[in-house]
Design a protein around this ligand. Structure first.
Ligand code: ADP
Ligand code: F6P
Length: 499
């Protein structure tokens, strides 16, 4: 097993997330029943499911998620309830079907037009549409009632992310008091001055305070959350030192437990990769001699892709000797494309790539090779291994797993990581990564030049330290710390229930 030692969950685990870990598409043509239908399995892009799936496979738990077009829910119930991995021990995935109106308001509305921009400090992109919050509540109720259907006295309910700010309180009120409700908030929590603009902000805070345990990636988000509670929920008592909130008599413990990646698995896949020829890289613009830079992101306005392109443009302007020698490969996955802001962002990125390539390309060589596709895990590891420089430049990111995946896959220890100092990953990895302010184009471009001319021993020294940190704090140790916290709270609540 790849993810370090077994993390022990103190009771039957119920995971709740918006995104499902697997999407199954059934080819129904002429099939009499499910056994005859061919199925394609897809893994959605995103840090949350990528991180949790390997861990949940080691539990005998339940994972409740939105079915997102996976099954034709009218045909058979089997598609709403599947074993992962198929036909062996793992967990049971329960899918909830949501109507188009619900998805539009709950997911594309309150989750991604309100909470996502607010939490990332993009208040100017906030769009508060009339019925979105009511749908958000309805969907949270729906998930909470699905949890109640599965919960037992000693269940551990573990809710993921900002799609479910109201569910914790609803779950808490509908399952036995001896069961534990925990939530991990995978994105930043903003300062009170920013959170003030959040529509239904008090409902959000009161909902989240239904948790026994609430986790964030880094201390700053914990501090911001406690300040928001202190300021906007007057009836709550906040103990900043103990990181404990009491609201309506119930305690919520707030912790910072930074999420890691399954480092051993990235390392193993990278070692197995054909170093000079990863298929995902094959293009005339990249020869064996080309020095390769790499970016891997969802097309999201928080990821700082235009800022990265601007820095690359400045770099080629100032360092013409690198033209023909260095190529930047950007893998981008379209994300939330039904939201116009995202659509416009994708359009802008594509145009910028074309413009910059038009300025510098010559013969077969291009400064930027840009593709929008999902890269299979083996190819992704081969790419990571081949990249001489990895650029991760979000304007803000709760954690950022791509940076950690790159380090885990850098088995030759000869790559360099440029990392935005506004990411949770930077807070945990520190200055052994080459820190950048993504909005300072000149300094960013100088950092690119610096990374390319860095002596080999210096790259190796930094990389060794960074890899060590990623292996020490991998997904297994994250789960251990989550389950340790859950265990101590779980024991407390079971003894209270007995008293
Ligand atoms: P977020 O959760 O905001 O998308 P993270 O960096 O934390 O950002 O996680 C992104 C995850 O999605 C990583 O596991 C990364 O490998 C994966 N990913 C991103 N883009 C691609 C892509 N084009 N192909 C395959 N996987 C991708
Ligand atoms: O990590 C943040 C997150 O929003 C996850 O909750 C989500 O699965 C991922 O980014 C990708 O976004 P989406 O599920 O909206 O495609």
């Amino acid at each position: 097993d790849d993810a370090s030692d077994e993390a022990a969950c103190p009771g039957p685990l119920i995971v709740v997330s918006n995104r499902q870990p697997y999407r199954h598409e059934y080819d129904d043509a002429d099939a009499e029943d499910d056994t005859e239908r061919s199925v394609t399995v897809d893994e959605p892009t995103g840090g949350l499911t990528a991180g949790l799936d390997p861990v949940c496979k080691r539990t005998d738990g339940t994972w409740i998620a939105w079915g997102d077009g996976s099954a034709d829910f009218d045909v058979t119930d089997d598609r709403n309830c599947v074993s992962v991995p198929p036909d062996s021990e793992g967990y049971t995935l329960h899918r909830l079907d949501l109507s188009e109106a619900a998805v539009d308001s709950y997911y594309r509305g309150f989750s991604n037009r309100v909470l996502w921009p607010i939490c990332h400090g993009f208040s100017d992109l906030l769009e508060d549409r009339p019925t979105d919050f009511e749908w958000y509540r309805t969907v949270n109720e729906r998930f909470a009632s699905a949890v109640a259907d599965h919960a037992t006295d000693d269940s551990v309910v573990w809710i993921q992310d900002y799609h479910f700010a109201l569910a914790p309180r609803l779950v808490r009120d509908s399952i036995p008091p001896s069961a534990t409700v925990a939530q991990f908030w995978h994105i930043p929590w903003p300062a009170p001055e920013t959170f003030r603009d959040c529509p239904a902000g008090v409902d959000v805070l009161e909902g989240v305070l239904g948790n026994d345990l609430l986790g964030f990636h880094v201390d700053r988000y914990v501090e911001n959350f406690l300040e928001c509670v202190q300021r906007y929920v007057p009836n709550a008592t906040v103990d900043r030192d103990q990181r404990l909130v009491r609201y309506e008599g119930e305690p919520t413990t707030v912790v910072a437990t930074p999420m890691g990646v399954d480092a051993a698995s990235f390392d193993r896949r990278a070692r197995a990769a054909d170093r000079r020829n990863p298929s995902a890289l094959l293009t005339d613009a990249v020869s064996e001699e080309t020095v390769v830079g790499l970016g891997v992101d969802r097309l999201d306005y928080t990821k700082g892709i235009p800022e990265r392109l601007a820095a690359l443009e400045r770099f080629f302007e100032r360092n013409p000797d690198w033209c023909g020698e260095f190529t930047f490969v950007q893998k981008a996955t379209p994300s939330r494309t039904e939201i116009p802001t995202y659509e416009r962002y994708g359009e802008f990125v594509r145009n910028e790539v074309e413009r910059i390539n038009g300025r510098f390309e010559s013969g077969d060589w291009k400064p930027i090779v840009y593709t929008e596709e999902y890269v299979e895990p083996d190819d992704l590891c081969a790419l990571y291994r081949q990249a001489d420089v990895m650029i991760v430049s979000p304007i803000i990111d709760g954690m950022n797993l791509v940076a950690q995946e790159y380090l885990a896959a850098s088995v030759d220890c000869d790559g360099a990581l440029l990392l935005s100092d506004r990411t949770g990953a930077y807070e945990r990895l520190g200055s052994h990564a080459l820190g950048i302010d993504p909005t300072d184009t000149d300094a960013f471009a100088r950092r690119i030049a610096e990374s390319l001319s860095m002596p080999r021993h210096e790259r190796r020294r930094r990389m060794n330290t960074l890899r060590h940190r990623v292996f020490e704090n991998d997904i297994g140790s994250w789960m251990d710390s989550q389950f340790d916290w859950i265990q101590s709270i779980h024991e407390g609540s079971s003894s209270e229930a007995i008293d």
